[in-house]
Design a protein around this ligand. Structure first.
Ligand SMILES: Cc1cc2nc3c(=O)[nH]c(=O)nc-3n(C[C@H](O)[C@H](O)[C@H](O)COP(=O)(O)O)c2cc1C
Length: 181
């Protein structure tokens, strides 16, 4: 399985870091300019270290990268964290960056597209755009950690969301304890 992971300028870079560390599959990484800024602001590790978890990193401006084409053989894309700006652009079909173009490729080719927004509260425009994307086949997976798994540390809450992403990708994980009833 080949997965494209994109980091945009929303809070929650640690979700992407944990996903990249957890995924054993081939990983291609794209970081937006504002995603890079969020790495500087809130991540304990550098962009270079984050890039080292991926097999390949593309510039967000590189619209000639392989993943920009429907002929590229990747299986899924996860935008984590996903800003409302990027989410709204994808919902409108705007494909002016490698991240938005690759997301557009996922939708047109019927490949898995997982968006992990963090924004709160949400405006009607945000909700309408999410609804539009869900209708087009995207999976909207908000960064909303649950408490039934008994989180003790921030990393436990991060693991819960990344576990949900792994499940959406159809992959096994041991990131949180499932509810047994
Ligand atoms: C510290 C900081 C935190 C931010 N957090 C969010 C967020 O959680 N969600 C969001 O939609 N935008 C957030 N933004 C705003 C985005 O970074 C901004 O809309 C940017 O244009 C997104 O660009 P991109 O989608 O190309 O990465 C944040 C900005 C800063 C400086």
């Amino acid at each position: 399985m080949r997965v494209v992971v994109a980091i945009t300028g929303a809070s929650g870079v640690d979700y992407a870091v944990t996903l990249l560390r957890t995924l054993k599959e081939e990983k291609q990484l794209i970081i937006s300019a504002h995603g890079e800024r969020l790495i500087e602001i809130e991540s304990a590790i550098s962009r270079e270290e984050i890039e080292s978890f991926a097999d390949k990193t593309y510039e967000d401006s590189d619209l000639e990268a392989s993943v920009a084409s429907g002929s590229s053989q990747f299986d899924a894309m996860c935008i984590v964290p996903c800003s409302m700006s990027t989410l709204s652009k994808i919902a409108c079909g705007i494909a002016d960056t490698l991240i938005t173009r690759t997301a557009s490729v996922c939708l047109k080719e019927g490949r898995k597209l997982i968006l992990v927004p963090r924004e709160t509260p949400l405006s009607k425009i945000h909700i309408d755009n999410m609804s539009r994307l869900a209708g087009a086949g995207a999976i909207i997976l908000p960064a909303m950690p649950a408490f039934y798994s008994g989180p003790k540390e921030i990393q436990d809450m991060v693991n819960f969301i990344v576990g949900k992403i792994m499940e959406a990708l159809g992959l096994e994980h041991q990131l949180y304890k499932r509810w047994k009833g």
